[in-house]
Ligand binder design. Structure first.
Ligand SMILES: Cc1cc2nc3c(=O)[nH]c(=O)nc-3n(C[C@H](O)[C@H](O)[C@H](O)COP(=O)(O)O)c2cc1C
Length: 200
């Protein structure tokens, strides 16, 4: 698929068919994440993949409450996703990398010295590559936030303590109906609005 086509076709899917996604498709999505650029090639990201209800069920149990689930119209469709990927960022890996001789002296051996937290930037870049590869593979995807239960989830999954998820990616074949994101009614900003050439 042409990249432009994948970029334009990408959308968040919130109603998944529970049928499994072939392992090789999941692998290609993950392989794309590992092609992401990273500051100092620190590659301070990792991914936990949960497949099937036995693995995805505890994710939902730990990160949502019954009240929250009752209030979300898309909950059942999203929870049907057969695959969840947790993109994890490792801040200390970046502080360590920028303590190495070729980076030392930049003041980036401590978090306060960074112009922006590149551990989050890099993990987000990797995540977007997964979203685009999902389109290329004919699979639906949703990136969403984890608003509660992060510590319990990470403990449950045995994730080493320096790693923190930037959110989660649900993967699976789209089911019907799957209305577009309600937020899209805000309208997409155009070039004339968002792009400033030469100066603001
Ligand atoms: C950082 C980030 C966080 C998001 N969090 C959620 C979320 O928690 N739940 C959700 O349903 N969608 C979430 N979205 C999806 C956005 O609502 C969606 O990308 C936006 O409305 C545009 O729709 P589209 O991606 O389908 O084009 C998130 C997107 C981003 C980039």
């Amino acid at each position: 698929m042409e990249l432009q086509h994948a970029v334009r076709r990408r959308r968040m899917v919130r109603n998944f068919d529970p049928r499994p996604v072939p392992a090789e498709v999941v692998d290609r999505v993950l392989a794309s994440a590992l092609r992401a650029p990273s500051a100092g090639f620190a590659q301070g990201y990792a991914f936990v993949v949960l497949q099937g209800p036995a693995e995805t069920g505890p994710f939902w149990e730990l990160t949502t409450t019954p009240e929250w689930r009752a209030r979300r119209p898309h909950r059942a469709g999203v929870q049907a996703a057969p695959v969840l990927v947790l993109p994890l960022a490792h801040e200390q890996a970046y502080l360590d990398r920028y303590s190495e001789p070729d980076k030392a002296g930049l003041g980036m051996d401590e978090a306060e010295g960074w112009p922006v937290p590149y551990w989050l930037v890099d993990t987000a870049f990797a995540t977007l590559l997964m979203l685009l590869t999902a389109v290329d593979e004919g699979v639906g995807a949703l990136f969403f936030g984890i608003f509660r239960g992060e510590r319990e989830l990470l403990d449950h999954l045995g994730v080493p303590s320096p790693y923190r998820p930037i959110g989660a990616v649900a993967l699976g074949y789209p089911a019907e109906p799957d209305p577009l994101s309600l937020s899209l009614s805000r309208g997409r900003r155009g070039m004339e609005d968002a792009v400033h050439r030469g100066r603001w």
